[in-house]
Design a protein around this ligand. Sequence first.
Ligand SMILES: NC(=O)C1=CN([C@@H]2O[C@H](COP(=O)(O)OP(=O)(O)OC[C@H]3O[C@@H](n4cnc5c(N)ncnc54)[C@H](OP(=O)(O)O)[C@@H]3O)[C@@H](O)[C@H]2O)C=CC1
Ligand SMILES: CC(C)(CO)C(=O)C(=O)O
Length: 304
Amino acid sequence: MEIRNVSIIGLGALGVMYADFFTNRLGKEKVRVLADRDRIKRYSESRITCNGRECDFQYADIADPMEPADLLIFAVKYGGLQQAIRGAAPAVGENTLILSVLNGVSSEEDLIEAFGEDKVVFCVAQKMDALKDGSSVTYAHLGELAVGELDGRRSERLRRLTDFFDQAEFPYELPDDMKKHEWGKLLCNTGLNQTLMVYEGTFELVQKEGEARELMKGAMREVVAVANSLGIELGEADIDHWLEIINGLNPKGEPSMRQDARARRKSEVELFGGTICRLGRENNVPTPVNDFLYGRILEIEASY
Ligand SMILES: NC(=O)C1=CN([C@@H]2O[C@H](COP(=O)(O)OP(=O)(O)OC[C@H]3O[C@@H](n4cnc5c(N)ncnc54)[C@H](OP(=O)(O)O)[C@@H]3O)[C@@H](O)[C@H]2O)C=CC1
Ligand SMILES: CC(C)(CO)C(=O)C(=O)O
């Protein structure tokens, strides 16, 4: 069945960016933002903007009966995923395809557990630099979604998805090995997000040579070592690939984790250092750089 409409749950930096993109391309009636009544009231009363344009979104109250979505995008932080899964359940029908733009390597497992393997296409959100300040979202790069099947098949549902992206002129990539690709993004976030949260910097700080960039690279090398211990073939070339992407981001932009810290919200550190330090211990891989970053981030969060 052809994809004709999109629903999005999570109206943050990425949610606004995607809701704005698809609303402009498909029309307001084809794009729903799913939320509870209180959030919808708050969103409707605030002036949400994306790159300075005022947004006019269609909201759907998750307490009301609703038609299933053709494509459902989860764009919440990991701490909000279980609640969002319960909230979005009425929008999942027989033919709904689900994407998660969440970072880390866990959200697809949670979505599969909730909705079944046949609904969830693996996805990595990459190369964007979306920044949310109050109700205003700005970005210099929309980035792209890397999508694929775990076994590398060019399946019929993947074709449905890419046909839809082609029609909407939405940028995407089809990596051959989605698991390796997810770990590549984990390598990026574990180095970049944690370093900039600890150093309180923008992308500029790690785009130039210096202590912060070296620390970031050290954290990335530990992700490679942990991945290798699990049989995932990441290497120096993957670090270089993600460094090149980082070098191209808006120098004044910030990763999602630094945005959490500025808002004094609990970050997704468990997805990054939390996961790498735990897997390192379990597989006898030393992770001193991540131990330092993870510990420092827990201290910062304890001070809120
Ligand atoms: N920002 C970025 O550039 C990138 C982010 N990512 C990943 O994407 C994910 C989303 O990040 P980001 O957009 O920055 O996150 P934000 O914190 O900006 O936004 C998350 C949004 O989810 C909403 N939300 C939480 N729970 C629910 C719920 N139960 N129902 C409806 N809405 C809910 C929150 O609403 P409210 O504010 O009303 O509580 C919030 O607006 C994260 O996993 C992040 O790591 C990946 C690539 C890039
Ligand atoms: C690396 C980045 C900035 C996406 O490009 C990201 O994933 C984040 O902000 O969490």
